[in-house]
Design a protein around this ligand. Structure first.
Ligand code: PHE
Length: 462
């Protein structure tokens, strides 16, 4: 098969794929879940799942991509004609995610400017965040973010995506390690004289909290970890298929998969080390919220209480969050561009240009979902949300488990796991977790995905 223009080698690929995987999910969801779900207990469960479920999903996507040399739609079609529909559904996930990811990226940009131009005091005013997202300026920040993404994708895989990832990922790693160490040195004395330290916070994070643990609670924690893992590795949405299709045949995929797993998990773990002790010291972990609330409300409060250092830490934090979001957003747009290039046979520049117009409009519409286009919908999983949450729900909670289920059936039972193994052993490498892979893809993944799917659609209430 003709080799497409792609990554220059293993490092470029691993950093770009890790760039996709490391995103706001690592920063605002992982620490929250760890704090809520028994600290070290969550960490252990998550780690086991990364090495089993995460490994299986990542291997499947990347091997499909490299073996077929195509993006999702044609990759599935080339395996079995009748399964093209799975490619189409998979393609829908980035199409939907792209409508709102730049909106979040825009929020991060806005907060960056708060720490560049001021002390960060603004951000702690009551309702600051809600007022901002319902103002028209949120649209502009979203648009800037999408333009940044477009410029990089427009420049191509090696000159755009790989080059940016090779710069961003090492910097991101240094920044997250830096703030994590700083967090451990924090200390405060409460009104009643008790002293709270970062190291105590670290203990809360790492120590498995087994109090009140029941089978039911254990399952719930496992489900939390599972859905986090899914979102975090950017699997089952065609992104890793597209990136896989750009990998040279001589790259050792076994090593690449392990490196991506390690990097994504390491950043998530370090994000916990950076956020949990800081929140613990300054506001107690009860105040730790999930999602946007953590990043845009709780953390700015923590930064403010740090005094002058908080302004610098705040700035570094939002720069690193912005980097994380940018490399993820790039991967989402790239997989849409790649599929469209294959469908319409149009070159990269034209495809990116047309898609940029579509997504500028989409980003504006979703950003205005907190003002002009405000809706409040009750989602099947029990939460209520605006336009952004609806898109997020359909793509992540609904489509992703469904896609993984079908892809496990296709690979496990129709193509057979040896189809993947051939690609993993292409250059005579050892497919090190081959037996595990076979059992996972045939039996365990379908079971897990059915449970996740039933849970997210509200049909199974845990
Ligand atoms: N994996 C990214 C994260 O953990 C999120 C993401 C989802 C990126 C979907 C791209 C596509 O935040």
């Amino acid at each position: 098969m003709k080799q497409k223009n792609g990554f220059s080698g293993q490092i470029g690929f691993v950093l770009a794929a890790a760039g996709s995987a490391v995103g706001v999910g690592n920063l605002w969801r992982f620490p929250y879940l760890a704090a809520k779900d028994g600290g070290g207990l969550f960490l252990i469960i998550y780690l086991v799942l990364v090495l089993t479920v995460g490994f299986t999903l990542l291997t499947t996507d990347i091997a499909i991509g490299r073996k077929t040399g195509k993006s999702a739609i044609y990759a599935y079609q080339s395996m079995r004609k009748k399964w093209k529909f799975l490619g189409v559904i998979t393609f829908l996930v980035p199409v939907l995610i792209m409508t709102y990811y730049a909106v979040i990226g825009g929020w991060i940009l806005k907060y960056m400017t708060i720490y560049i131009f001021g002390s960060g005091k603004d951000a702690v005013a009551d309702n600051y965040f809600t007022n901002f997202i319902s103002s028209s300026s949120s649209v502009w920040f979203g648009i800037i973010f999408i333009l940044l993404t477009v410029i990089i994708v427009y420049n191509g895989v090696e000159k755009g995506i790989e080059r940016v990832s090779k710069f961003i990922m090492p910097v991101l790693l240094i920044l997250v390690i830096g703030i994590a160490i700083f967090s451990l040195t924090l200390k405060t004395t409460l009104d009643d004289g008790t002293v709270r330290t970062g190291l105590q916070g670290l203990k809360v994070y790492l120590k498995p909290d087994m109090s009140g643990i029941t089978v039911h609670k254990f399952l719930q924690i496992s489900l939390d970890a599972m859905s986090q893992l899914f979102f975090s590795l950017s699997v089952s949405m065609g992104i890793m298929i597209t990136y896989g299709s750009y990998v040279k045949k001589d790259v050792n995929l076994n090593k690449a998969v392990s490196q991506i797993e390690i990097m994504d998990t390491a950043v998530a773990f370090l994000a916990g080390m950076m956020i949990i002790p800081a929140v613990f010291v300054f506001s107690g972990l009860d105040g730790m919220s999930a999602g946007p609330g953590l990043m845009f409300v709780s953390l700015p409060n923590v930064f403010y209480r740090m005094g002058f250092a908080g302004r610098i830490v705040g700035l570094i934090f939002f720069v690193l969050a912005g980097f994380a979001a940018l490399t993820s957003c790039i991967s989402v747009l790239e997989s849409i561009v790649a599929n469209c290039m294959e469908i319409f046979h149009v070159d990269r520049k034209k495809t990116t240009g047309i898609l940029s117009v579509i997504y500028l409009i989409a980003t504006a519409v979703i950003a205005l979902g907190y003002s002009i286009f405000y809706v409040e919908v009750k989602l099947p999983n029990g939460s209520t949300g605006q336009l952004l949450d609806i898109m997020d729900y359909i793509s992540n909670s609904f489509l992703m488990p469904f896609i993984s289920l079908l892809s496990a059936i296709l690979i496990g039972w129709i193509m057979k796991p040896s189809w993947i193994a051939e690609e993993m052993e292409l250059n005579g490498e050892k497919f090190s977790r081959k037996k595990l892979y076979n059992v996972m893809i045939k039996y365990i993944m379908p079971l897990i995905m059915i449970i996740l799917f039933l849970q997210s659609t509200g049909l199974l209430n845990m």
